[in-house]
Design a protein around this ligand. Structure first.
Ligand code: HEM
Ligand code: HEM
Length: 193
C-alpha cells in the first residue's frame, strides 16, 4: 500500500520518515564531530558530506510535505488522551519545521562566510550561495543560529523517540508498528509481543 489510510501510513510516508530520520540523526553527529576536528583535509571533506546530506534532507522534506498534503493522516488511537495528542502533534510540527529551518540556516552559514567555499553536492553539482550579506559577523550569527536550532531540534527528536518507545513498550498500542509497516488495522489495538 503506497498511500496512507485512516488506519495506517503507506509505504511512501514510511520510507520518507525513516530515510529522513536516519540522515537527520547522522547530521547531528557529523556536525558535532566536524567542527571539532583539527585535521584540515578531513574537516573539508566532512563539511562537504554534511552540506550534501543537508541539501538532500531539504529536497526530500519538500517532497515529503507535498506527499503529506496529498494524503490523509492516520487517526490517533481512541485511547490517547487529548493532552498527548496535542503534545504529539506539536512535536511533529516542530520536527517538520526543523527539517527546513536547520538546513536553511546551514546554507546561510556557508553563503555568508567570507571564505565562500562552494558546496560540491555529492561531487555531482555545485550548489549556489544564498544572496545574503557576506561578513564575519553575519557568518557568526548564522553559525550560532544553525547550531542552536540543530541541537534544540535534536532535543525535540529525542522526546519524540522516547514517546514512540513509550507507546510501543508501555502502552502497547500500534503507533510505532504503523510507522514500520503499512496496513495495520485498528490503531488502538494491542500488538502481539
Ligand atoms: C537537517 C540538516 C542539518 C543538521 C541536523 C545540521 C546540524 C549541524 C550541527 C549539529 C552542527 C555543529 C554545530 C556546532 O557544534 O557548532 C553543524 C554545523 C554546520 N553546518 Fe549543519 N546541519 C544541517 C544542514 C546543513 C546544511 C544544508 C549546511 C550548508 C549548506 C550546513 C552547514 C553547516 C556548517 C557550515 C557548519 C559549521 C558551522 C560553524 O562554523 O561552526 N548544515 N550542523
Ligand atoms: C528512532 C527514531 C524515531 C522513531 C522510533 C520515530 C517514530 C515515529 C512514529 C511511531 C511516528 C508516528 C506517530 C503517529 O502515528 O502519530 C512518527 C512520526 C513522525 N516522526 Fe518520527 N521517529 C523517529 C525519528 C524521527 C526523527 C529524527 C524525525 C525528524 C527529525 C522524526 C519526525 C517525525 C515526524 C515529522 C512525524 C509525523 C509524520 C506525519 O504524521 O506526517 N522522527 N515517528
Amino acid at each position: 500500500m503506497l498511500r496512507n489510510s485512516r488506519d495506517s501510513f503507506g509505504l511512501v510516508s514510511i520510507l520518507f520518515h525513516w530515510i529522513i530520520a536516519l540522515i537527520f540523526l547522522g547530521q547531528i553527529f557529523l556536525g558535532y564531530l566536524m567542527v571539532r576536528t583539527s585535521d584540515f583535509t578531513l574537516q573539508f571533506n566532512l563539511f562537504q558530506w554534511h552540506k550534501s546530506f543537508g541539501f538532500l534532507i531539504l529536497g526530500l522534506s519538500a517532497l515529503r510535505l507535498i506527499w503529506k498534503f496529498l494524503n490523509v493522516r492516520p487517526r490517533d488511537p481512541e485511547t490517547m488522551p487529548p493532552i498527548e495528542r496535542v503534545a504529539a502533534h506539536a512535536a511533529h510540527v516542530l520536527l517538520y519545521l526543523s527539517l527546513f529551518i536547520v538546513p536553511l540556516t546551514g546554507w546561510a552559514v556557508a553563503s555568508s562566510s567570507p571564505l565562500q567555499i562552494p558546496t560540491f553536492m555529492f561531487n555531482l553539482l555545485v550548489v549556489p550561495q544564498l544572496p545574503i550579506t557576506i561578513s564575519d559577523s553575519a557568518e557568526a550569527f548564522w553559525s550560532a543560529s544553525h547550531a542552536w536550532l540543530a541541537y534544540l531540534s535534536s532535543v525535540v527528536a529525542a522526546a519524540h523517540i522516547l514517546a514512540a518507545l513509550h507507546h510501543h513498550f508501555w502502552k502497547r498500542d500500534a503507533i510505532l508498528i504503523r510507522m514500520l509497516r503499512s496496513r495495520v488495522v485498528g490503531t488502538g489495538s494491542k500488538h502481539a509481543n
